[in-house]
Design a protein around this ligand. Sequence first.
Ligand code: SF4
Length: 390
Amino acid sequence: MSELDPAVMSALRAVADDPVTYVAEWKAKSGGRAIASFPMNFPAEIVHAVGALPVVVQDDPTPVTEGRSLLAEFYCGYTRSVADQAALGKLDVFDAFVAADHCVQLLGAVDVIRWARPDKPVHFAQFTSAMDDSWTKPRVASRIEECVRDVETALGVTVTAEALAASIRSFNENRRRLRELYDRRRSGRVRITPSDMQTLVKSSMIMDVREHTALLDRLLAQLDPTAEPRGDLVRLHLSGHFCHGPRPELLDLLEESGAIVVDDDLYTGYRYISTDVPESGDPLAALSDWYLERNNNAPCPTRVTTQIDWDTYLIDSIEKSRSDGVVVLMAKFCEPHMLYYPELRKALDARGIPLLLLETEHEGLPAETVRTRMETFVERIRRSPAAVSL
Ligand code: SF4
């Protein structure tokens, strides 16, 4: 199996591990401004088109302190971490904040930012969650226009159609490169660990998009397309975990028991890069189409499309990637995921697809418990009748 270039990965990891330092250095170097957005729906292209740096705010792995008194304990770790970072001034490097709604808990975190940093512009767009009603399309289009107007007001600039079209092309190029890495991983010819894949996607949420694409080109150029896949490992699909990447230490444990992760639908993963924005026609309409189309390509339990569901998508993905089982990573108190999980479980059980649920917490990782459960899960798959070739 071919491996990723360590020097490039180390540069990307430095950004993924410390987004604020990257943003501060980018601002000092370029004289530009940086706008923070929140998962999972805000189109970064709008911010990029005005020459600012769009950055998806990441979970901070340090324990929540100030944020404890600002949001209830039953908010998910990501929202409590955002509240904490805002209260501690860790997000002060950003010149404005933009959010497109997908979850009540996120609204709470955005309210904390308004309260903790009243001098910073905060724009909130209520994107409709019913994706195929007759009124959905015009409503989404008007929300996208609203986002553009608010970014223009916050920065005192104008978004031109040409600049927006150029930004759309740049982000599409970047997504294409990342999807190519996903394809290579599925083929088994390239070894990309789940924590490396997270580094690749997370850094794309932070870095200047063209700088990031250039690094991906270096990675891709060095891969050996003829490397032989390994046939002795249990192939796994990682599912779930919205809004922030699971801890790298947890991801590393998943492959320690003779398994290899070949695909995922994590937000800090394939969900983020699943869909390109159309490059022809009106760029604002193209961004609306992107929002609607994404739920067909990687259905999200926070959206509703009558003909599409996450379980069917997951089963198709498992077939395409020839995965032997699914590990579901669920962030504690993530309501949309908790509510949808029984449907996923039912669908996978009905097809005899092995499934392991691991709940993650913001503070603490029960490493030994995870290791033991993974070893048992991998052994169960190896002994199943469907796995005779492993
Ligand atoms: S979708 Fe889940 S992880 Fe994201 S903000 Fe809502 S509760 Fe938190």
